[in-house]
Design a protein around this ligand. Structure first.
Ligand code: B12
Length: 291
């Protein structure tokens, strides 16, 4: 593929991704991802932290390490908005994946058919979990220019704040990364997200830059405690009630995981801005425009 063909293929792919229902899309080069913070940090995590949030028995051989398909040269990262007024997009029904995740999976599946049918490009659909062959989606999204990692340790996008869910696919061609961007609304923010955490998961630096020999750690400064956050996630799971949701014929557990670090973030909340009830830091105003 010539450079020119690659350029026109990448624009066509971004446009098609939107037609298939995603709200944001961008590319990250695999060489950039292999040295991105999560990819380097996660294999060094203490073993207890690794097990949390990971499927049991699927940790071997190298916990936290991404198994890249050999031919993958770049990835397409996509995001679908998960707004506050549609919380059901994020609800699990027993083992059944949330409907928002299905929107992402379907868009990626459609792209996995459309891309090879139209270009000389092989594709790889990455699963969600790392231990099943997935990749670190937040770093992928940041390197693709979709947003930055906020002080809530989530991808914060200028358009939707952190209220997005992510997915990615691999491509056999070396498309350059479309990020990271300069966007950083947290600089002057009052840490609404950290204050909203019901478990105080950001209270102290638990991963120090010195120990891990890297300046960028979970929560940016090493203060996001994965085990503490998991206490809440586990509690949400055990406290979930059985119901017969719309479209189901029998009772299932409807699990509503905590999203306080998302709901509390003012970025991307245009309705609140319209009412002028919220003062945003100047940097965020710059990105959101006048209101
Ligand atoms: C395991 C997992 C969990 C575990 C552990 C989380 C963790 N961060 O360790 C538990 C169950 C606790 C959890 C909780 C949540 N999760 Co979760 N989780 C995952 C999963 C499967 C892997 C994440 C992981 O292990 N990362 C590795 C660790 C080491 O990374 P990290 O803690 O994020 O720290 C790195 C970043 O901060 C990064 N970083 C910091 N600054 C910068 C700057 C730059 C430039 C770059 C490139 C990177 C970077 O460097 C750190 C490492 O050094 C991903 C899906 C996936 N395949 O990626 C979803 C995912 C991260 N989760 C998600 C969500 C929504 C949640 C929850 C809100 C719960 C919910 N309602 O679903 C909370 C939020 C917690 C939080 N504030 O971070 C979304 C995030 C979407 C977004 N907007 O960012 C993801 C991407 C899934 C999805 N469907 O989109 N999760």
């Amino acid at each position: 593929m010539t450079n020119q063909e690659l350029l026109s293929a990448s624009s066509a792919i971004l446009k098609k991704a939107k037609q298939f229902g995603v709200h944001l899309a961008g590319f990250a080069n695999v060489d950039d991802l292999k040295v991105a913070p999560s990819f380097v940090f996660a294999p060094q995590l203490p073993i207890l932290d690794k097990v949390l949030g990971t499927l049991e028995g699927e940790m071997e051989p190298n916990p936290g390490e991404v198994r890249w398909p050999e031919e993958a040269r770049s990835i397409l990262a996509v995001a679908v908005e998960h707004p506050e007024d549609k919380p059901e997009l994020d609800w699990w029904y027993g083992q059944i994946s949330p409907s928002g995740n299905k929107l992402l999976i379907n868009a990626i599946k459609s792209l996995c058919e459309w891309i090879p049918a139209n270009f000389d490009i092989d594709v790889f659909h990455f699963p969600y979990f790392i231990e099943q062959g997935g990749i670190y989606l937040k770093d992928a999204a940041v390197m693709a220019g979709l947003g930055c990692i906020g002080r809530n340790n989530m991808v914060v996008t200028p358009e939707f704040g952190p209220r997005v869910r992510l997915r990615a696919m691999g491509l056999s061609v070396p498309i350059p990364s479309t990020g990271p961007s300069e966007f950083d609304p947290c600089v002057h923010c009052d840490d609404f997200c950290r204050k909203a955490c019901p478990q105080n998961a950001f209270d102290e630096i638990i991963y120090s830059s010195k120990t891990y020999n890297q300046t960028i750690c979970p929560g940016r400064d090493g203060s996001y405690s994965r085990p503490t956050c998991y206490i809440q996630i586990h509690q949400n799971n055990t406290e979930a009630k059985e119901q017969v949701p719309e479209g189901f014929s029998k009772r299932v557990k409807v699990i509503k995981f905590c999203r306080k670090c998302e709901w509390s973030c003012p970025v991307g909340k245009q309705t609140l801005l319209a009412s002028k009830s919220l003062q945003l830091p100047p940097i965020a105003q710059r990105f959101l425009g006048p209101y």
